[in-house]
Design a protein around this ligand. Sequence first.
Ligand SMILES: NC(=O)C1=CN([C@@H]2O[C@H](COP(=O)(O)OP(=O)(O)OC[C@H]3O[C@@H](n4cnc5c(N)ncnc54)[C@H](O)[C@@H]3O)[C@@H](O)[C@H]2O)[C@H](O)CC1
Length: 501
Amino acid sequence: MDQLVSSAAMATIDSDAQLQYKIPGLSLMETAGFKIWASLAAEIHKEQHLVFLCGGGNNGGDALVVARLAFDQGYVNQVCILIGNHISPSCAVQREIIQAYGLPSIMLGDEISPQVTRALLDAGVVFDGIAGTGLKGPLQGISKTLVALANKSKALRVAIDIPSGLGDMISPDEIHFLADRTCTLGLSKAAFYHPLSRNDCGQIEILNPSFPARLLENVQAEGKLIDPKEVKMHALSSAAFKNSRGHVAIIGGSKSYTGAVRLSARAAFSSRAGLVTLFCDQEVFQLAATESPSVMVKTLSENDDFSPFNALLVGPGWGKGRESLLEKLFLTKKPMVLDADGIKAYANLLKDKKRPPHGPLLLTPHLGELRELAFSVFGDQALSLGKQDTPEAFFSMTRKLSRELDAILIMKSSLVHIAGAADQLIVMEGLNPSLGVAGSGDILSGIIAALLGNGIELAQTAVIGSAIHQNAGRLAHEELGYYDSETLLGFIGKAVGEMEQ
Ligand SMILES: NC(=O)C1=CN([C@@H]2O[C@H](COP(=O)(O)OP(=O)(O)OC[C@H]3O[C@@H](n4cnc5c(N)ncnc54)[C@H](O)[C@@H]3O)[C@@H](O)[C@H]2O)[C@H](O)CC1
């Protein structure tokens, strides 16, 4: 598990390492540069043209150390592009060193020269040391122009510490360096994990330039990154049988959406549910009853009794106009997973200022549903959630929403963000676009419902359920490349089996 921290928290560690622990800034910078180069050198050929974009702060100083180490190892085909009016003391030292070495460098003023344009477009590798934790607001001036040009280059793009232009208080909509690799220093940064940022950081590697372990351990983190492969769950007792493995009621399925509930039901069985009963509209009954022999299928009515069930999954393929029924379902106080049209119905209740009391509640919105939900609670300020908002706003508003609704949120994008399961936001990165397929969300909600039905605690359910989904997607991708959701179902049991301990 990696801690995700703000730039401000990382900058504090940097200064505490120097002030409290007496480690010279230049020594941290040298080690940072050394580790960055050591992690990359084997992948870069000596013939490749290296371009180093070096700001005037310590991030630029790091880049200059990398340039020098590369030069010493025979990577002489390189140029350092120097920008910035305010040069930090350590960066000034590094500039003197590269001058003494005779490394090729170009000092830029306010405008790009043709030489720099050519260097960037011809580059094999571009190192971005324009700005790191010290960036204040969206990129301006020559930094912005350089980044725009670098982004057009076909080179391998390596960001030092942070792709320049990304930051806690900066929307990922603003221009930033598009990195293939990010060598981040000390701890990973929360700003990488806005839904629209992560893809632009490429492969992230965490390198410690000898920051004291105590400082790193005691940091106030914004979030934590959990690797789905490391998530474990208890194996079932060998005496378990269908009546002890939880009975899940799925409430959903309408004339226009007949498939979602069937996917959820099958996913629930593969995630160890013992019994599944589906409550659907009349129009779906025949199809579901014929095609899902393991599922008990009933026509949904106002008078259904949900007391025998261990967990309810409400919403897949449900259609519109379900608000009053949802209120009744909340009154059962049963552990509930709310998905898709169930979330929309809940948002409508909230817009009408209704806050129905509920039992343990877990919601699985995609970003559009999340915005609708947040809008119904916070109004216009939620309209940019997960889009033009900043990482800081995304992290704080989703946590606030989870608290307001007294519910755990599992937010689905190319990442999974979980709010309410821990003090910090939990992030899981599958980095697996094959999971972004129609029906994948219905499968996730079925998995989660099965775990709730098994009596697994709410917060753990969120983490384990998301990990099962990610791991099943990984296994399916390894074997098949791309697939449909029916095929994905076949990998859930295997993922569960691998996670059992
Ligand atoms: N102790 C060390 O030596 C270590 C530092 N590390 C690296 O240092 C940076 C943080 O350095 P800092 O000097 O505080 O700031 P930056 O270099 O990130 O950025 C300042 C740089 O950017 C310019 N700037 C600020 N805002 C803008 C803007 N909106 N548009 C354009 N330019 C802007 C400002 O003028 C400065 O030139 C950290 O990220 C590490 O990479 C290592 O941790 C090793 C130890």
